[in-house]
Design a binder for this molecule. Structure first.
Ligand SMILES: [Zn+2]
Length: 530
């Protein structure tokens, strides 16, 4: 018999008055952590506006007489002294960010203004979600667990002994890991960093990629097309596209590269071909390029001497056939050829046309290097993300996003892009890149071993160690603090960054206990420390 769906209930009431899912014997720390979470969810903390949430953390530190400091960008470090006699034990940092992605359904208040309203998921009482907005479990689940745990161990009756601890809460993670990149604290006395921002129970992240954009601007010379030219639009649409971290190794078509190679074939047969316009990839409402999306759409208009239409459609048919064999998964990808009569007869000169085609052909896209021992993510990749022609048609603007777990590889790849671009008279802007964090999935690496052991002791199950081709705060931290061992763990959070975001309550409880176990295991003397 299916249960009737209950009206959304206030999650706060359930935890503070009825007890955590009816479990009266729940550790006080978990209850406190959950209450902290529900309170924090109500505090607006959009990226760049973390101050109210930081105030809550500072008040917390003051309440327990914990020394705390803020750095220039706005990160907060709260120090928790070791238990008496445990000062020499390894120091651990509990780290996550304070900012959240704020999205609301139509008709709901954006959580950036009023915070989220946490409710029990009407479809599954094991989950907390928000009322039509993002919940902010990313990052507040981890943050609240850190606070609850510190409260529990500072209780005079607590049996948990621990080495030096710190809570490190960063700003501006969601828009480019800026807090982590600009972190100024002296963390020399800590050996371990537990990033609490993972979203998969049972999986710990032990490595990630760094990334950096390259913005190319190629000057174009234009002229009026001669009257014997005819204009054709070539459109590529319906490519799968996808995320440049998660999908780059799946051999999906890059519509911009496809269009460029189509132009090259046409030019080889019609050397007087001239490009009138070209555009591809995705842009935000403010026209800024979306560099982490693989372009599934691109289109351009070319001018060709009249009389070559038949040959042109033949070329297109041949390319379509090649796409079918080269990209078997691209079943929805369409390429079309259309005769057009543009109002403006302005085209790029033959020289600019050639330079632009050659640049697009030479620019790399896709996986550039693999790991010797990890097969599910690449080590280094690049996404040729967007192209557009400037207003005034005097420049082609191309953006690319490079990723690598190895910062030296990342920088080499970006220099390679720069060299290719400058060889075609393009200028290159390179916004500062952030570092990756080289995967270390050795289960006996001390921080990994501690996490595996604690998860096993709490759940009886094996923790798996995974790496990601995306960017995480562990990347910049591993560059700034090479002495730190880092691991990223967290409770199960579904659909973060969307209005469907929800936090699994049982996995929150598991996560709390796991972290507490790690901290107390560090204080027992039989543990390997180096
Ligand atoms: Zn996060």
């Amino acid at each position: 018999m299916s249960q009737p769906i209950e009206a959304p209930r206030s999650a706060y009431q359930i935890f503070s008055r009825e007890g955590l899912l009816g479990q009266r014997e729940m550790e006080s720390g978990i209850r406190q952590a959950m209450i902290n979470f529900l309170e924090m969810a109500k505090i607006p903390s959009e990226t760049g506006n973390e101050k109210d949430l930081r105030k809550v953390l500072e008040r917390f530190a003051d309440q327990y007489d914990l020394p705390h400091q803020r750095d220039e960008i706005g990160n907060l470090l709260i120090k928790v002294p070791a238990s008496a006699g445990y000062e020499g034990r390894p120091g651990s940092i509990l780290q996550t960010h304070m900012d959240m992605v704020c999205v609301a359904e139509k008709g709901k208040d954006n959580p950036a203004i009023k915070g989220a309203i946490p409710i029990i998921d009407p479809e599954d009482p094991n989950y907390i979600k928000a009322d039509g907005t993002t919940l902010g479990a990313d990052p507040k689940a981890g943050l609240s667990v850190a606070l609850g745990l510190v409260e529990e161990i500072l209780d005079p009756n607590s049996k948990v002994k621990h080495g030096p601890l710190a809570i490190l809460a960063t700003v501006q993670e969601e828009t480019g890991l800026f807090g982590a990149r600009k972190c100024q604290f002296d963390l020399g006395k800590y050996q371990f960093m537990f990033n609490l921002d993972s979203e998969r129970e049972g999986k710990a992240t032990v490595g990630c990629s760094g990334a950096g954009n390259s913005i190319l601007e190629m000057p174009l010379t234009t002229e009026t097309a001669s009257i014997d030219k005819r204009f054709y639009r070539i459109s590529i649409s319906g490519g799968i596209g996808g995320h440049s971290a998660g999908n780059i190794m799946e051999n999906r078509a890059n519509a911009i590269k496809l269009l460029a190679s189509t132009f090259a074939v046409i030019r080889d047969k019609n050397p007087e071909m001239q490009i009138q316009s070209i555009g591809g990839g995705y842009f935000r409402e403010d026209q800024s390029p979306i560099n982490n999306a693989i372009p599934g759409d691109a289109q351009g208009v070319v001018a060709i001497n009249s009389g070559s239409e038949e040959e042109l459609s033949h070329v297109i048919d041949e390319i379509k056939a090649t796409i079918k064999t080269d990209y078997p998964k691209e079943t929805k990808l369409q390429m079309s050829l259309e005769d057009v009569s543009p109002l403006q007869q302005t085209v790029m000169t033959a020289e600019s046309t050639t330079k632009l085609i050659d640049l697009l052909i030479q620019l790399p896209h896709g996986v550039q290097a693999e790991f010797p021992d990890i097969s599910y993510i690449p080590k280094t990749s690049i996404n040729l993300a967007t192209i557009r022609i400037s207003e005034g048609s005097d420049r082609a603007i191309i953006t690319l996003m490079s990723r690598s777990a190895d910062f030296a590889d990342l920088n080499r790849l970006r220099s390679q892009i720069k060299g290719i671009a400058e060889g075609r008279d393009a200028t290159v802007e390179e916004p500062e890149a952030y570092s990756g964090w080289m995967p270390n999935d050795n289960p006996s690496y001390p921080i990994n071993a501690q996490a595996i052991r604690a998860y096993k002791e709490i759940t009886g199950a094996d923790l798996s160690l995974v790496s990601t081709h995306g960017g995480l705060e562990g990347g910049p931290f591993s560059l700034l603090y090479p002495h730190l061992q880092i691991i990223s763990i967290g409770p199960q959070i579904d659909d973060a960054h969307t209005t469907r975001e929800r936090l699994s309550i049982p996995s929150y409880v598991t996560f709390y206990r796991m972290l507490k176990r790690i901290i107390s295991n560090f204080s027992s003397s039989d543990q390997p420390l180096e």
